[in-house]
Design a protein around this ligand. Structure first.
Ligand code: AMP
Length: 412
């Protein structure tokens, strides 16, 4: 079932509490180095303001502990309020906190079409109390609920436009909409788009459907590989996790990154996948992980003094052939250490193949995180059907895990 979106709700004169993901990267001075996350929320923000809503934005930023405000203060959202104001061409009020009398006062005095940003919700430890923990601990439960209640009381309408945190049961994501039962609780345009593209790609894919999985750890992706083997025609493996599979097939991996305790699971996945699970044919290996270092292309065993750092040219060619024949491609995790040249070659070649696939009408969906950065590095973001804003969230979505923070929202 599709979720009700903000366009189906009359916001005029209403206080709209919207959870966004303004968890932007910053340099040592606090300056925002990439404002993409703020820009991606703009369509929903502009829609609400244009239609006369009184917009109250809330977000997390970084990993403050939520115990000592002085220690946490580097994680203030104030720079995001300034940047948003510049993008909107109107001032954005910055709240001193996200709950409390001062915030309530500020919200009470807002005019139609005005926008404020609440201070970092993670300045309160209650934001991140897990429901599982709170279930057996009345004090924790009370703390999370009373925090969420204060946020919920600020508004008439709840909007979730923070896909990157949709897999979490944080107070601002789940407890607040639970407490706003009876009031409109909807998704913003960004979450709508994420659910549409990820949902369509995974649940009714045009075939052949190919998934490409890479990245560091096989342990993070066992669930998703298993789930995708149940849905895809082919699953292509790359990144450091391929070496755990190499170990599982009795090959030597030298100094490559492996998870020796996951070899059994890798064997199970290979059995489950059969021909549909493809492992690299060759690897690019080096002595050290250094820019411009000497490399060797190897098939089979990797000698003791070398480590595999990228997929090799034969693998690139083989994977390209499979992608060329696909109608739907989902990609999560780089093929090698793409941050350091020349180990970016495999990842960039895969990004290029996906861009070509989009060009001939295939659906290409990039799970967020490092694969999204890699596509950005290749300058191919616009050449993909959809680049997700959520790394962990898109992975859990691909795994088929339900998102309570989305389930609680109104149906269309
Ligand atoms: P993940 O967060 O699991 O998606 O992993 C992403 C990280 O995996 C990136 O920072 C890559 O540099 C790293 N990575 C990919 N391939 C390798 C490899 N062969 N050896 C070490 N790290 C790798």
């Amino acid at each position: 079932m599709a979720k009700k979106t903000i366009s189906a709700v009359n916001v005029k004169g209403k206080r709209v509490l919207m959870r966004v993901d303004f968890n932007v990267p910053q340099d040592e001075t606090g300056a925002i180095t990439d404002d993409a996350r703020i820009r991606k929320a703009l369509p929903t923000i502009q829609h609400i303001l244009k239609n006369g809503g009184r917009l109250i934005l809330m977000s997390h930023l970084g990993r403050p502990k939520g115990e000592d405000r002085e220690a946490d203060k580097a994680w203030t959202l104030a720079p995001a309020a300034i940047r948003l104001g510049e993008l909107l061409g109107q001032p954005v009020l910055m709240a001193p906190d996200c709950v409390g009398a001062e915030v309530e006062n500020m919200v009470a005095n807002m005019q139609d079409g005005q926008c404020c940003l609440l201070e970092n919700v993670r300045f309160h430890a209650a934001e991140q109390i897990k429901d599982k923990k709170a279930k057996d601990d009345p004090a924790l439960k009370e703390s999370k609920q009373s925090f969420a209640q204060q946020l919920a009381a600020l508004a008439d309408i709840y909007v979730n436009d923070a896909f990157g945190t949709c897999h979490r049961d944080n107070a601002s994501m789940l407890t607040v909409p639970q407490m706003m039962a009876g009031k409109p609780r909807v998704v913003g345009f960004l979450v709508e788009k994420e659910l549409k593209y990820l949902g369509e790609a995974l649940n009714m894919p045009k075939r052949p459907f190919v998934a490409i999985l890479g990245g560091k750890k096989v342990s993070d992706k066992i669930g998703v590989i298993e789930a995708l083997l149940g849905k895809c025609d082919t699953v292509l493996i790359g990144g450091a996790m391929q070496y755990t599979f190499m170990l599982a097939s009795g090959k030597k991996v030298g100094n490559s990154l492996v998870e020796a305790d996951k070899v059994e699971e890798a064997k199970q996945l290979m059995k489950l996948g059969g021909d549909r699970l493809k492992l690299p044919i060759d690897v690019v290996a080096a002595k050290d992980l250094k820019e411009g270092t000497a490399t060797q292309v190897l098939e089979g065993d990797i000698p003791d003094d070398l480590q595999g750092l990228d997929i090799g040219p034969k693998t690139v060619a083989e994977y390209k052939k499979i992608i060329d024949a696909a109608q739907t491609v989902a990609w999560n995790g780089p093929m090698g250490v793409f941050e350091i040249k020349p180990f970016d070659v495999g990842t960039m070649a895969i990004a290029q193949s996906l861009a070509e696939a989009t060009g001939r009408g295939a659906i290409t969906v990039i799970g967020g995180g490092d694969s999204a950065s890699a596509v950005g590095q290749a300058g191919l973001e616009d050449k993909m059907t959809h680049v997700s804003t959520g790394g962990g969230a898109s992975l859990e979505f691909m795994e088929g895990k339900p998102f309570k923070a989305v389930e609680v929202l109104d149906e269309a």
